[in-house]
Write a protein that binds this ligand. Structure first.
Ligand code: AMP
Ligand code: MG
Length: 990
């Protein structure tokens, strides 16, 4: 530093923690205009520029903070350096000759040029002032400063002072205002505080809060939109009447408006996250009362502190607000605590932000102060505007005089404007309900306006469509047989079978079964590999009026036995090839090969057995959390509705070849087989060998001229989409579909459809057809409800969630299953009364899927709320696997999770804890599991642990479980194959 520079220094001292934070973020994010603040307003009256300049000089002389620079390079500790003299950064321009429009354009340009210019920390002053003359007696004031100098509470003080001196000088009077306390006194006060006390306070306040509260942000912005980062602002005035009522109610219960606003925000976060413990930030004035004259000081005193809301849905709105207010009062003593320290003391990991939104209540309206000033001044001040940018994606600012105004500044790359507007409406709705009844339990609070409720529960569920009320699914097939007997019903490679031939064979088998006493509501298992016989058997069982129970021939015997016993199947239809793998001790097996002669004696006409739409059509077993699979009971009504609706959507129609990909144990086979046969299309069978190989599958799609294929996204990801001119409709179903898959498979003249639905709603619930593959967000929507289906997105108290808020998807309508076989309790838990239906007895299914509405009436899938996963299209309850592991002798504890970053690289990992008296090893365990679980449910990696890590609430802390590594001693690792259709288990045993 040279001598003259040194001579210009008045004082050097450290930064306050908040200043340090701002310095840090500004340096980190030096390209942006973070913490650049602007205040704009207009002045009407005669102004004397010379007097103004003098006034500003006086104010700068009186207030060291306005002469302060900041140094941090090559220093251990950053410092603020107060200069004795600085150049006065005052710009005065005459814009009177410009038109109004031009003035506005110039102002916009000027303001953004200022922002671009920013400030250099080492160069004082870190503020600038411009006086732009618009008319003879109209001036625009543009004040810019770095937030590190001043907080909002300082601004009115500052402008009061400037204009007080100005008006004095303009009249030739030297004002003699008392001096202000300098900012350095505050720094000295700070240095004397004992952080120990603060530490125990904040530790206690935040104890047990682990993961930052997520923000209600949308990730369906297009890439373009998501790329643009900038801040936007939405404002809502809640109205004078409501404001007055609020103030009265607040006063009555000794609450501040600030608390009400914070409380409403807490409720939004709680409902948005389905989380009863939420955290956000708030800005406090930070002016310690024991520092005399602090209210009149100029500088940066504010601090941002966490606010934690622990919410009990049963508690009243009032009690939540009271708790928040208590917390605010208690924390006042520790307002000075650096946020960085608080973060360290908390249980939130250092790499995560403590919170992502802040609520600011402005108690320093500058316009109000200046309005006061007008009373003693010849000048009028109006049209106040201010710009500021925090480093939080959402800043909610509330301010009030007569009318409570809520303002949300938001990061444009994360939120849609519409959504932010709705958040403001929801805030208002909460406050309104508080005025109406402060004692309303949170559980009963609605975040959805009546109009939106109507839209969400009714408007977007208008799906009524006529379906034949007296027909069963095989009747529709018989109609097709009559219409086009010679059309090909089923094809397997070169071999084909016509509609008439299939009908005849199915009829013979049906008559045979009916003779054996088979009737409606009976259950007949089908244990046959992909073949004509498999299709004949399905159709035959339906024709008897009974329900078919598909059993996968690759399942281990234990599982097969369980399904056959649980469903109390009268007969098991099989063939000689498959029969060998059935459990030996049963005597109700019917091999179609063995009864060939008997079948030849049967009549060929349609049996016309008694069967009503409410009778069972099929039972599908899915993974069950108790350790055993559960049978879902599906009716003809739903099957008819689904086959008709999907027939239309997927173009399952005469002349079209439909790929039969899914094994019949999964209901994805229902549209492929029954959908095709009820609509006149051709079922194209494939061998397991072809399905296992992406290359062969692609070839098959080409050679068999497949027109419609519905595949899980994990298969779509690895099969080549090239050179398939006949493929007219491609469906992705069973798992979350992503944008890459859509782009890969979209072609001109080909439709891409994302289908969603659990087994419990007869295959399909909602459908989304991609309109423009270039215009989809990151998540591919699962669309809107299909024919005769209603969907509700609800919170845990069954309140409709607002648009954009995640909630559990509840499904109602024609396709709903009757329930689970032999599981009355589970059925009652999952199929509950539909509160939105006017019809008595209507139920809805709790899907366990977390979804949200998009503003366009389409649903977006977000994940599961339980331990169910989808792995390569297979539905797996992880609890089922854990229960099987725990059944193995010598195991104390087990936890199974799905791992793998990439959608195609997902695999199951099991973490096991042995008892001390362990007798066997992993090989035995795996063999035990293979006897009980299908291959796709056998974890690819096993890790042995001393104990499972637990969270304080006693749940398995899966985040801290080690990822299996190949060189891990206990790990049996299989890096998931690139090809998901390959054998799942390719374990590399160590
Ligand atoms: P399943 O009963 O086998 O059809 O499995 C139903 C479950 O698969 C649903 O509850 C979802 O979790 C998941 N699922 C099905 N289709 C989709 C889809 N299009 N996108 C995301 N998840 C899906
Ligand atoms: Mg499904």
């Amino acid at each position: 530093m040279n001598a003259s520079k040194k001579k210009n220094i008045e004082a050097i001292y450290p930064l306050s923690p908040m200043q340090q934070g701002m310095l840090f973020h500004s340096i980190l994010d030096s390209e942006s205009d973070i913490y650049f603040e602007q205040t704009l307003f207009k002045v009407r009256g005669k102004m004397n520029p010379e007097a103004f300049k003098k006034a500003l000089q006086t104010v700068v002389d009186r207030n060291p903070i306005l002469r302060t620079a900041f140094v941090y390079k090559k220093l251990e500790q950053s410092l603020q350096v107060v200069h004795k003299v600085v150049d006065l950064p005052l710009t005065i321009e005459d814009w009177r000759s410009f038109s109004k429009e031009e003035q506005q354009t110039r102002l916009n340009q000027f303001v953004s040029a200022e922002r671009k210019k920013g400030f250099k920390f080492s160069k004082a002053p870190l503020f600038r002032l411009a006086l732009l003359q618009l008319e003879d007696d109209l001036w625009q004031v543009v004040w810019s400063n770095h937030h590190i100098l001043l907080d909002g509470w300082s601004m009115p003080q500052l402008f009061q002072e400037i204009f007080a001196f100005y008006e004095g000088y303009a009249k030739g009077i030297e004002l003699n205002l008392p001096p202000r306390r300098p900012y350095r006194d505050y720094i000295q006060w700070l240095q004397k505080q004992d952080l120990k006390k603060a530490e125990s306070f904040w530790k206690e306040t935040l104890q047990g809060f682990y993961a930052p509260t997520s923000l209600p942000y949308y990730n369906w912005l297009t890439e373009e939109e998501a790329d643009e980062t900038s801040y936007l602002m939405e404002t809502l005035e809640i109205g004078e009447i409501l404001s007055q009522q609020l103030e009265q109610t607040a006063r009555k219960h000794q609450l501040t408006l600030n608390t009400l606003v914070q409380g409403a925000w807490a409720i939004l976060l709680h409902r948005f996250n389905n989380e009863n413990d939420v955290l956000f930030g708030t800005t406090v004035s930070g002016r310690p009362p024991e520092l005399e004259g602090v209210e009149q000081m100029i500088g940066l005193f504010i601090n941002t502190l966490p606010v934690r809301a622990q919410i009990d849905p049963e508690q009243s709105l009032l009690s939540l607000f009271q708790n928040l207010q208590k917390q605010a009062v208690a924390s006042r003593e520790f307002e000075y605590t650096p946020l960085a320290e608080i973060h360290v003391w908390s249980d939130v990991p250092g790499h995560a932000e403590l919170f992502r939104s802040i609520v600011v209540f402005e108690n320093y309206p500058i316009d109000q102060t200046m309005e006061e000033r007008q009373k003693v001044s010849d000048l009028k001040f109006f049209d106040f505007k201010s710009h500021e940018r925090t480093n939080y994606p959402i800043t909610l600012v509330a301010g009030s005089h007569n009318n409570l105004v809520l303002e949300i500044a938001y990061e444009k790359s994360m939120f849609q404007r519409q959504f932010i507007r709705r958040l403001l409406d929801q805030m208002q709705l909460i406050l309104r309900q508080f005025v109406a009844d402060p004692f309303v339990p949170l559980r009963r609070l609605t975040l959805v306006t009546p109009a939106d409720t109507e839209l969400l529960t009714k408007g977007w569920n208008q799906t009524e469509r006529d379906i034949p009320s007296d027909r069963c699914v095989h009747h529709l097939f018989e109609d097709q047989v009559k219409k086009r007997p010679d059309a090909i019903a089923v094809q397997f490679g070169e071999k084909t079978m016509s509609y008439a031939a299939l009908n005849e064979k199915a009829n013979r088998l049906a008559h045979f079964l009916i003779q054996k006493g088979v009737k409606a509501e009976d259950r007949i298992a089908i244990y046959i590999d992909r073949s004509f016989n498999m299709i004949i058997a399905i159709m035959a069982v339906l024709k008897t009026g009974a329900a078919y129970v598909p059993v996968d021939t690759t399942y281990p015997q234990e599982r097969v036995r369980f399904i056959l016993e649980d469903s109390r199947c009268k007969w098991v239809l099989t063939d000689n090839a498959s029969m060998a793998s059935l459990p030996e001790d049963q005597n109700n097996y019917l091999s179609l090969n063995s009864i060939r002669d008997a079948l030849n004696d049967q009549p060929t006409g349609n049996p016309n057995a008694v069967c009503f739409p409410k009778n069972l059509a099929y039972i599908i077993y899915t993974s069950g959390s108790t350790g055993k699979p559960k049978g879902t009971l599906l009716q003809h009504l739903g099957a008819v509705n689904t086959t008709l609706a999907l027939g239309e959507i997927f173009e399952l129609k005469p002349g079209r070849n439909i790929l039969q990909f899914a094994t019949i144990g999964f209901d994805a086979s229902v549209p492929e087989i029954l959908g095709s046969l009820t609509n006149g299309a051709t079922v194209q069978l494939v061998s397991r060998e072809v399905i296992m190989s992406p290359e062969k599958l692609a070839e098959w799609l080409r050679n068999q001229k497949i027109n419609t294929a519905i595949l899980p996204p994990s298969v779509l990801a690895i099969v080549s989409s090239d050179d398939l001119p006949d493929l007219k409709v491609i469906g992705s179903a069973g798992e979350a579909c992503n944008r890459d898959i859509v782009r890969k498979w979209s072609r001109k003249g080909r439709r891409f459809i994302n289908g969603y639905g659990p087994t419990e709603s007869t295959v399909s619930t909602s459908i989304y057809e991609i309109e423009d593959p270039d215009k989809i967000g990151i998540n591919v929507p699962i669309g809107s409800p299909m024919a005769n289906t209603r969907v509700y997105v609800l919170d845990s108290a069954l309140n409709p969630q607002p648009i954009g808020f995640p909630g559990e998807l509840h499904i109602a309508g024609t396709g709903l299953a009757r329930g689970y076989l032999n599981r009355p309790e589970l059925s009652a838990e999952k199929f509950i009364p539909d509160p939105f239906s006017r019809q008595v007895g209507e139920r809805m299914y709790k899907s366990g899927d977390l979804v949200r509405w998009r503003p366009d009436g389409n649903l977006e899938f977000l994940g599961r709320i339980d331990h169910q996963v989808k792995l390569r299209g297979f539905r797996i309850e992880l609890d089922e696997i854990e229960n099987v592991i725990i059944d193995f002798p010598g195991i104390r504890d087990a936890f199974v999770m799905m791992r793998g970053e990439d959608e195609n690289e997902k695999y199951l990992a099991a973490y096991i804890v042995w008892n001390d008296n362990r007798e066997s090893g992993l090989e035995d365990l795996r063999a035990f599991m293979k006897d009980r679980l299908p291959d796709y449910m056998i974890p690819s990696a096993f890790m042995e642990l001393e104990a499972l890590p637990l969270t304080p609430s006693g749940k398995v802390n899966w985040r801290s479980l080690p990822a299996p590594r190949e060189d891990d001693r206990f790990t049996v690792t299989r890096i998931a194959p690139r090809n998901p259709t390959e054998e799942i288990l390719v374990n590399i045993w160590k």
